[in-house]
Design a protein around this ligand. Structure first.
Ligand code: AMP
Ligand code: MG
Length: 275
C-alpha cells in the first residue's frame, strides 16, 4: 500500500495510518537490499544537484528556503542535517537548533526567536526543532495555559503565510519513528561510548509521554499543514530511507524555484585583465 508523504490538506491526521517502516516498493528482505542500493545512488545524484541548485539560489538572491525538522528524541534530526546537506557549501546553509527558551526569549512572544533565525534571501535555513515546540513540549507539559497554546496554531499559520508571501519556501518534515525504534536507538546511545553524551535521563522521562506527544503531533499535522508550508510525514525507522526522501524533496523544491545565475555585466567578455 502506498502512503502519502504530504497528508491531504484540511483533513485530520492519524499517525496510526502512517507506517514508520514504510518503504517505496516491496519491503521483502531481498527487495529491501536492492531498494537500498538503488536509493543510495539516487540520493547521491540528488545531493550533487542540491549543491548546484544552492549555488544558483545564492547567486540569484531572490528566494530563501526554510527547512523545519521535528520529531521525537532519536528520530534523526541531527543525522538528517549531517547526511542530507553534507554536499552543500556550508556558506549557503544556516542551521539553528532551538533549545529550552532563555529568560530573554521567554520575555518575548514565542515567534520572536524564530523570526530572527529565518534565512535571508539566497540562503537555506534549517531549523532543528522550531516554533512547533511551543505547541508540542509546551502542550504536553502544560507550560502555558491551553487558552494560550491553542491560539498558536493560527499564529504559526499566519506567520508562515507571511514568510511565504515574502519569498521564503517552507518545507516541514516530521521524522516518524515507532516507539520500539526509539527504544532501540536509546539503548544504542546508552551502550556506545561515542554516543553516550547524547543520552539524557530527560529523554527517558519524555518517552513516558509518548502517547501525549503523538497526539500533540497529530494536532500540529492537522492544523498547520498548508499548501504554502506543507508537512511531510517521513517514514524514519530506516535512516537511509529518511535521508533519501528528504534529499529528494528538498531537491525537487529547489528545482521548482528554478534559480538562475544572474546575467553577467555587459561586455565583460572583452574586458582586458591587466598584468
Ligand atoms: P535537543 O534538541 O536534544 O538539544 O533538546 C532541546 C530541548 O529543548 C528539548 O527537550 C526540547 O523539548 C526543548 N525545547 C525546545 N524548544 C522549547 C520550547 N519552546 N519550550 C520548552 N522546551 C523547548
Ligand atoms: Mg535530545
Amino acid at each position: 500500500m502506498s502512503q502519502p508523504l504530504i497528508p491531504p490538506f484540511g483533513a485530520p491526521v492519524h499517525l496510526r495510518d502512517y507506517d514508520p517502516d514504510y518503504l517505496d516498493g516491496s519491503s521483502k528482505k531481498d527487495a529491501k537490499k536492492d531498494l537500498k542500493k538503488k536509493l543510495a545512488a539516487a540520493m547521491e545524484a540528488d545531493q550533487q544537484r542540491l549543491d548546484m541548485l544552492q549555488e544558483a539560489l545564492y547567486a540569484e538572491g531572490k528566494h530563501a528556503l526554510l527547512i523545519v525538522l521535528q520529531g521525537m528524541d532519536t528520530s534523526g534530526k541531527d543525522g538528517t542535517i549531517r547526511h542530507v546537506f553534507s554536499s552543500v557549501d556550508p556558506q549557503g546553509v544556516q542551521v539553528t537548533s532551538f533549545k529550552v527558551p532563555t529568560a530573554d526569549e521567554l520575555a518575548r512572544d514565542f515567534l520572536w526567536r524564530i523570526h530572527r533565525a529565518v534565512p535571508p534571501k539566497g540562503m537555506i535555513g534549517i531549523f532543528n526543532r522550531s516554533q512547533y515546540e511551543d505547541v508540542l513540549v509546551v502542550r504536553v507539559h502544560n507550560l502555558v495555559p491551553e487558552s494560550i497554546w491553542r491560539e498558536r496554531y493560527d499564529h504559526i499559520n499566519r506567520f508562515e503565510e507571511m514568510l511565504h508571501e515574502h519569498g521564503t519556501t517552507i518545507l516541514k518534515f516530521f521524522l516518524h519513528i515507532s516507539k520500539a525504534e526509539q527504544k532501540k536507538r536509546l539503548t544504542e546511545r546508552r551502550d556506545t561510548p561515542e554516543k553516550q553524551w547524547k543520552f539524557s535521563l530527560g529523554d527517558l522521562k519524555e518517552r513516558a509521554y509518548w502517547e501525549d506527544y503523538q497526539a500533540a503531533y497529530e494536532a500540529v499535522l492537522t492544523h498547520c499543514n498548508t499548501p504554502y508550508a506543507p508537512w511531510h510525514i517521513v517514514p524514519a525507522n530506516s535512516k537511509w530511507y529518511r535521508n533519501y526522501i528528504i534529499a529528494r524533496t528538498v531537491r525537487e523544491a529547489l528545482e521548482r524555484l528554478n534559480p538562475q545565475f544572474p546575467t553577467p555585466e555587459k561586455g565583460i567578455e572583452s574586458v582586458e585583465i591587466l598584468d
